[in-house]
Design a protein around this ligand. Sequence first.
Ligand code: FEO
Length: 164
Amino acid sequence: MIPEIEKLLNEQIKFEAKASAQYLSMASWADIRGYNGVADFFYTQSEEERVHMIKLVKFINERSGTAVIPSIEKPRDDFKSLMELFETFLTSEEFVTAKINNVIYECLQHKDYNVHNFMQWYVAEQLEEEAVARTLLDKLKIIGNDKSGHYLFDRDINTFQENK
Ligand code: FEO
């Protein structure tokens, strides 16, 4: 495996691990406040990010590289509102997308078409996740501070996840 690409893939393991931890923290935040639908949504998102991470670990190791399991700092848990929770979700996904795009750029620079091909799965995944995050944020903007709107949002949120 090309050392520069191996380094970038290992960094990507950390970004996916951070996203998984962040979404677990967000699930817990929602769970405590009675938003059970939102909690389920983020518990599932957290699991998905863990899957993204493990896929990278296995890919690196299968290609004679060495996957490094990173330590990660404590995720945020100080959200003021559902809106801030979902803004954080979108920001996190946009960050991961930018990092994936960078891996792909470097793959092309190094003519590593094998890893480039592998990363296409992540590109498609990011498109879906960003779209879901934007849709949910749009709904929250419509709802504003309406408590019954928040109740319905929490009740219906997982229909969006299932439609992914
Ligand atoms: Fe795997 Fe949504 O970043």
